[in-house]
Write a protein of this length. Sequence first.
Length: 401
Amino acid sequence: MKTFELSKRMNKNGRRKFTMVLHEIFPDDCIDEVNERGTMFNRNGITWIREYCDRAKDTIKDMSLRAEFLDDDRTELCGHGDTGVEDGLPIFENADILGHFTNGYIDTIKDENGDEHIVMMADGYIDEMCHKNYVAKLEADIANGNPPFGSVEIYRTEDNDGIVYKYGYKREGRIPSEFIYSGYALLGVTPADDQARIVELNIHNKEECVMTEAEIKNLVEQTVNEISNHTAEINECKHDCETKINEANAEKDAAINEKNEAIANSEQIQTALDDCRAELSEAYKKIESLYAEINVLNEELGKAKAKERIGELNDAIARFSDEQREYAKDEIESFKADPVNSEINTIVDKILREIGNKAIENAEKEAEIVAEQNAANNKDIDIFSGVASAVTVVAEDTNIF
């Protein structure tokens, strides 16, 4: 797979253009409709399907390219830089914004083995004026055939309380169907998608210089005049340079002798360097382990929240009979499938509403029966029969419910 391509110039505003793969898109026939899940998925368990990705690709425009750095020089990458969730919004206070995306599109690429992959591509730019050190490191990594991997981030749409999955949330094989692309992080740890990486980046810091023939001639004449007017200064400078060269040679010889002594201790230096590399490797392993623990804890927290919410629902509808609960059967099933992002009040309100409707319906039926009975009784009344004595009738409050 082509991972990097040099451009001929850099924009005057310091923006370095790039093209990258956000994630791989899996074929439609990997959907198992019987078991309601995808049979192909990335390390995070997501099955990306073209129809839904194509629908969301316009949200890639203007999203941020982020990085979490481990060092003060801001060259060594770590993770997403997330610091938690506030009011349902993910927070990335440990991340730096490297640049932004300009557009997204679906394309087909080939990997190192010649196998084709359908992927979500994106173009954008890095602000080199803010991240000069990292751009230099990025150029070196790509030149060595080791471009960074990354991980795309998605979020809910405005019309939904959470990301919508085709068959609901599943640990493996879940299919996002309604979502937006919210960001992308370059990673120094194991990514979720092997195809997610930078594939093109503008380079070449030098601006092209174009001069007219007259400008070149004028510049040459000015240079010749300046040289002619400063011949004495040039000769004096030459003498000073020779003196400094001799002094520099003496210092060089002394430095060579000093370096020779240092070479004798090179084995100790190499040992110390190997120890540093081993410590750095262990630090990366520890970071990956911590991220794995965080994922496990987040999963357990999700299960606990789901169980708690189901318990709250059961408490809220415990006062209703089985027949009354049937009024909101579909809503209850939907709540159990996604308890964290569903509302209990919606279910309770529907049950109460249906109970009221049922009561009104029964009252109307009873009133109709009473009217029919009164009509039947009035047919048998004899208008010539004796008149009953007046009896005071006290009306009692009657509740048809």
